[in-house]
Design a protein around this ligand. Structure first.
Ligand SMILES: Nc1ncnc2c1ncn2[C@@H]1O[C@H](COP(=O)(O)OP(=O)(O)OP(=O)(O)O)[C@@H](O)[C@H]1O
Ligand SMILES: O=P(O)(O)O[C@H]1[C@H](O)[C@@H](O)[C@H](OP(=O)(O)O)[C@@H](OP(=O)(O)O)[C@H]1O
Ligand SMILES: [Mg+2]
Length: 343
């Protein structure tokens, strides 16, 4: 495979985090050229691209209220629409839905049906659209069978503001939430998070610290505000992740169940680069899905570069044998207006 060009459209932060320069060097050794796309310059002059890998989550979120980001997104979309043979990893509509926890939680909540044989579930949740709903939230909490403590997360799932969350211990503290957000039952899981990182047909599980167990049921404790990156990064260590009690180790998630989960999500989302966060309920040992992430950090994944390159090679090989309109091509992008309406 020689003479192939892969464009990367990433924020500066993401480019540094994934060490794109090192990946470009790695690809060069395999006859693949990596090009950093500058979204602010005409894309036509930067192409052609066989594949574009992007993480446009910040641009899509900003395009909601910023005309410059709207323009960048529109330029990107008109380029991909005009170049249907360029493969887009991942398709914009697929990844845009994961920017919205209302959409991603709906997907997670349907998993227990599609994966019935594997005892996979996600905690019950409630969508709060606006502050006008505040007076009736307690009714919603009861109707949806949510149980205290509750974890409250922003509706927007990606970007720096999206990791600010809170733990709510009683009905009185529901006044602390800031809509739009989701309320989700907190599931005790022994402070262990299992991150499943997906790269095409391969996936890898890594263990991370996580929130400790809390007594079930309402209590008069004050709301705890925290940033999820203080609790679920490899180096995270805080009072919130240190268990208060001794606890026997939980069994890790079954690898067959994780493989079934990844297969189902790959098919449902039509995506290749994503992460799924799962915890194990300490009482039922049920594999519980709590988050799906777009193009995550893959920290701790051995040989991420070679997995990513083999995925790129495999989609290109499939594409050339299937013809230019093969699945995953850039033509599946929504109109600029549709994409910016998605949040
Ligand atoms: N329903 C839940 N029950 C128990 N703990 C939870 C639940 N939801 C989230 N957590 C805890 O809160 C942390 C952050 O939650 P979540 O993964 O939804 O946030 P995030 O900001 O999207 O994180 P990431 O940066 O991994 O994408 C988890 O790692 C886990 O420790
Ligand atoms: O690799 P894990 O531990 O799963 O963490 C990821 C988060 O899940 C993502 O939400 C981050 O993306 P955003 O910074 O766009 O929220 C993502 O940031 P990144 O895209 O800069 O890598 C990571 O922090
Ligand atoms: Mg997340």
């Amino acid at each position: 495979m020689s003479g192939r060009r892969v464009g990367f459209c990433l924020s500066d932060k993401k480019r540094r985090r994934m060490n794109l320069d090192a990946f470009a060097e790695f690809c060069e050794g395999h006859g693949v050229e990596v090009v950093e796309i500058d979204l602010s310059q005409p894309l036509g002059a930067q192409g052609p691209f066989d594949v574009i890998i992007h993480k446009l989550s910040d641009v899509i979120v900003e395009a909601e209220h910023n005309s410059q980001s709207q323009q960048l997104l529109a330029n990107f979309q008109s380029y991909v629409s005009a170049h249907p043979s360029t493969i887009l990893l991942d398709p914009l509509p697929a990844m845009t839905q994961l920017l919205d926890r209302f959409a991603s939680y709906r997907i997670m909540s349907e998993l227990h049906n599609s994966l019935r044989d594997w005892r996979i579930c996600s905690p019950p949740y409630l969508e709060i659209h606006s502050a006008t709903e505040l007076p009736s939230i307690q009714q919603g909490v009861t109707a949806q069978n949510l149980s205290f403590p509750l974890i409250c997360k922003t509706r927007v799932a990606h970007g720096s503001l999206s990791h600010e969350m809170s733990l709510i211990f009683s009905a009185d503290s529901l006044a602390d939430i800031r809509p739009p957000c989701v309320l989700q039952s907190f599931v005790n899981h022994g402070a262990v998070l299992h991150k499943v990182f997906v790269v095409g047909d391969r996936h890898y599980c890594v263990e991370r610290p996580s929130l400790k167990n809390f007594p079930s049921g309402p209590c008069d404790r004050k709301t705890i505000f925290f940033n999820s990156h203080q609790v679920s990064k490899p180096e995270s260590s805080s009072d919130l992740t240190a268990l208060d009690e001794e606890m026997p180790c939980l069994p890790p998630p079954s690898s067959e169940a994780v493989a079934a989960l990844v297969r189902e999500l790959r098919a449902q989302l039509g995506m290749a680069l994503f992460g799924v966060d799962v915890i194990i309920n300490i009482h039922t040992h049920t594999l519980t899905v709590i988050d799906i992430n777009i193009f995550p950090g893959y920290e701790g994944v051995p040989q991420f570069f070679s997995s990513l390159l083999s995925h790129i090679e495999s989609v290109l090989d499939k594409h050339s044998s299937a013809g230019p309109q093969a699945a995953g091509s850039a033509s599946s992008a929504p109109s600029p207006a549709a994409a910016s309406r998605l949040l």
